[in-house]
Design a protein around this ligand. Structure first.
Ligand code: SAM
Length: 280
């Protein structure tokens, strides 16, 4: 393979070894060095594919210190591939500081497309995929988790979280509390592996299913939450109410509610009804 000197960002399988692409194998074989999150873990993957390229450790604890060393290797014409334990490097995995330092230093960073649990799970979830927000892991402590979820309560995008099996019940409980028991969610577990499972329903239903079956509290999990949908009757977002109030000080209610509806993507009748109750 005719290869330019670069830092290659190479996704690896999230469970099914057949998901390592031919191009990924080619790059891993032809670079001079592979920077792994965990050399022992990745050693198994590399030996499965007969890849004998030298490896070096690059993880959360040494990434900043190693970034300059990587730049020096590139300066000496040495190509490097970055891999993490599974999936796409940098996505809830190390690599951000390295990639930004290599770019700032003027060297090429070449990404390969490949497995990522969030995108793979979303693609089969049945939830809206036109707009979504990847949120990584929720905080471990209940208060932090509740606050983070509450911040996004009125976000219309699908929300994607990574979750660990021992925290799944706590996180689902927080979702019920912060976003309401009727919020639609999909829990994708062990994606691409033997026990791949998708559970969907309201937050309360999925929590009940997971509590009732300890098998659902095992393995690797992506939790996806349907975005906020304004309920015409009682859940008009605060910002829309403020806009309507402001417009009502200058315009007749009919015009004000039509404009506020257009600005916030809501039904004008719901805003008109609400406006009738204002005491301006
Ligand atoms: N960089 C990886 C990626 O691109 O998906 C994610 C790394 S993050 C440290 C690990 C988390 O990803 C797991 O705790 C789980 O939430 C999710 N994950 C990884 N593999 C998965 C799988 N096969 N099925 C479901 N979730 C998975």
């Amino acid at each position: 393979m005719d290869q330019k000197v670069a830092l290659y960002v190479v996704p690896t399988p999230i469970g099914n070894l057949s998901d390592l692409s031919p191009r990924a194998i080619e790059v891993l074989n032809s670079v001079d060095l592979i920077a792994c999150e965990d050399t022992r873990h990745s050693g198994k993957l590399l030996s499965h594919f007969g890849i004998t390229t030298r490896t070096t450790a690059l993880h959360d604890h040494n990434e900043r210190a190693r970034a300059q060393w990587v730049v020096e290797q590139l300066a000496n014409g040495i190509s490097i591939a970055l891999i993490s334990d599974a999936g796409t490097p940098l996505i809830s995995d190390p690599g951000y500081h390295l990639v930004s330092h290599v770019r700032e230093s003027g060297y090429a960073v070449t990404p390969l497309p490949g497995p990522c649990a969030a995108i793979t799970a979303l693609s089969a979830s049945g939830l809206p995929s036109d707009r979504f927000s990847f949120e990584g892991f929720l905080p471990a402590k209940e208060k932090g988790r509740f606050d983070k979820l509450t911040e996004l309560r009125e976000d219309p995008r699908t929300l994607i979280y990574y979750e660990s099996p021992h925290r799944i019940v706590h996180s689902l409980t927080s979702i019920v509390k912060a976003l309401g028991e009727d919020r639609k969610i999909v829990m994708a577990r062990e994606v691409t592996k033997t026990f791949e499972t998708f559970l969907s329903g309201t937050a309360a239903e999925v929590l009940a299913m997971v509590e009732a079956d300890s098998n659902q509290q095992r393995g690797e999990i992506v939790l996806m939450v349907h975005g906020f949908v304004a309920d015409e009757d009682d859940t008009i977002p605060t910002e829309a109410i403020e806009t309507l109030k402001l417009l009502c000080t200058e315009l007749p209610l009919k015009k004000a509610s039509a404009l506020a509806a257009q600005i916030h993507g809501l039904k004008k009748n719901a805003l008109y009804k609400l406006g009738l109750e204002f005491d301006l």
